[in-house]
Design a protein around this ligand. Structure first.
Ligand code: CMP
Length: 148
């Protein structure tokens, strides 16, 4: 089984979409193995988005992601990273396919509701920014053979 990290961004939390978004992943068959709500520090936001530090939108992106509470969650399932990215839809909400999270709920490229790790390498880099190893659980949901 693979794991990935998602962040429901401040626009998603303030628009009260957290429950609906988490349900999409659970309904698909993924398991939440860690979760918390937090307001990110500037240092952690800069660390998370370090790969974009030379982009013109970096400062705006950091200010935005620390502007309110976010929900961080670790999901587990088969091919979890790519399945999660597919469910999120394209980065620009105004171009994302209907049926995807961004396609259904977002019109923006910065305010695009959700972040999801784009590779195993990104996941390995990102998750410790949000969780300590003790906060990540291991359990069986009991329905794995019906889903995978
Ligand atoms: P995310 O998946 O969190 O990863 C990087 C983020 O940068 C992306 O979602 C968008 O929110 C943001 N982003 C990407 N391209 C642009 C852009 N051209 N202008 C503003 N924000 C952007």
């Amino acid at each position: 089984m693979e794991r990935t990290l998602i962040l429901i961004k401040p626009d998603g939390v303030k628009r009260k979409l957290s429950g609906k978004i988490l349900s999409k992943f659970e309904d698909k068959g993924m398991k939440i193995v860690a979760m918390k709500m937090l307001v990110l520090s500037k240092e952690k936001a800069e660390k998370h988005y370090a790969v974009h530090k030379d982009k013109p939108f970096f400062n705006g992106l950091v200010s935005y992601i620390i502007s309110g509470p976010i929900v961080a969650a670790m999901l587990e399932g088969k091919n979890c990273i790519s399945v999660t990215r597919t469910l999120c839809g394209s980065t620009d909400g105004s171009k994302a396919q209907p049926g995807t999270i961004r396609g259904d709920y977002s019109m923006g490229i910065e305010k695009n509701i959700i972040h999801a790790s784009d590779s195993e390498e990104s996941f390995r880099y990102e998750w410790p920014i949000y969780f300590s190893p003790e906060e990540v659980t291991e359990y069986s949901s009991g329905d794995e053979e019906l889903i995978f």
